[in-house]
Design a protein around this ligand. Sequence first.
Ligand SMILES: CC(C)(COP(=O)(O)OP(=O)(O)OC[C@H]1O[C@@H](n2cnc3c(N)ncnc32)[C@H](O)[C@@H]1OP(=O)(O)O)[C@@H](O)C(=O)NCCC(=O)NCCS
Length: 198
Amino acid sequence: MLVFAREVFVCKCSTDVVRSDPNATGLSARVRFIKGTEADIDRVDRKHHGDEDIAQMRQRLERGDHWMIGDVDDRMVAYTWLHHRDRAAYPSLPGCEVRLRADTGYGYDAWTDPDLRGHGLRRVGFLEELNILRDMGMNWEASFFVKHQLDGATRSLGSAGIEIVPIWRVYLQPDRTLAAERLLDDDAAVPAFLEPTG
Ligand SMILES: CC(C)(COP(=O)(O)OP(=O)(O)OC[C@H]1O[C@@H](n2cnc3c(N)ncnc32)[C@H](O)[C@@H]1OP(=O)(O)O)[C@@H](O)C(=O)NCCC(=O)NCCS
């Protein structure tokens, strides 16, 4: 359930971060992260996930993506998906795709239970996924941020010591073709490119 947007930012975050957020309180201190498996699909809240979402989750598990689930007292309260293949696409902007270096993982489709948003679950989840990627040997996580979430995410994640570095701005032009603006000339970053749009 990637968010639809006309404008997204391809960002990188270093995986050189603390193990856990020392300022976490309440739910964000109680959440425990596990690696999801097929069996966890039965625990997905069907109030917020339709048949298509469930089918997509199965496909992601089949292709080997890492499903990071946040549990509070056995309730699935949040999740994120990770992989470290060599490309990552943003399907709601067809043609928007980045190439990932071997030391760069990819995090996508973060979700927090709507009843529990604003409790810092995403913040501790992001920290956790950076640690998972570091343990896999990755130095960076690449992710897409939609324009209207970038400032809030930068502020929120920054408070846990996570620096979001925007590298590309990718946007739909009035004629509906994609364009990309390079924001940072950093070859150590996520080398990104755009596939031609049909
Ligand atoms: C975005 C989302 C995952 C944030 O989860 P959350 O657990 O409520 O986040 P937290 O409580 O840790 O932090 C809230 C803060 O996150 C910020 N934020 C917004 N989008 C964010 C993002 N994509 N990543 C990280 N933080 C984000 C908010 O601005 C807020 O900042 P503030 O506290 O300074 O006001 C949740 O709202 C959600 O599931 N939304 C629907 C799906 C979605 O948009 N996913 C992200 C794109 S793939």
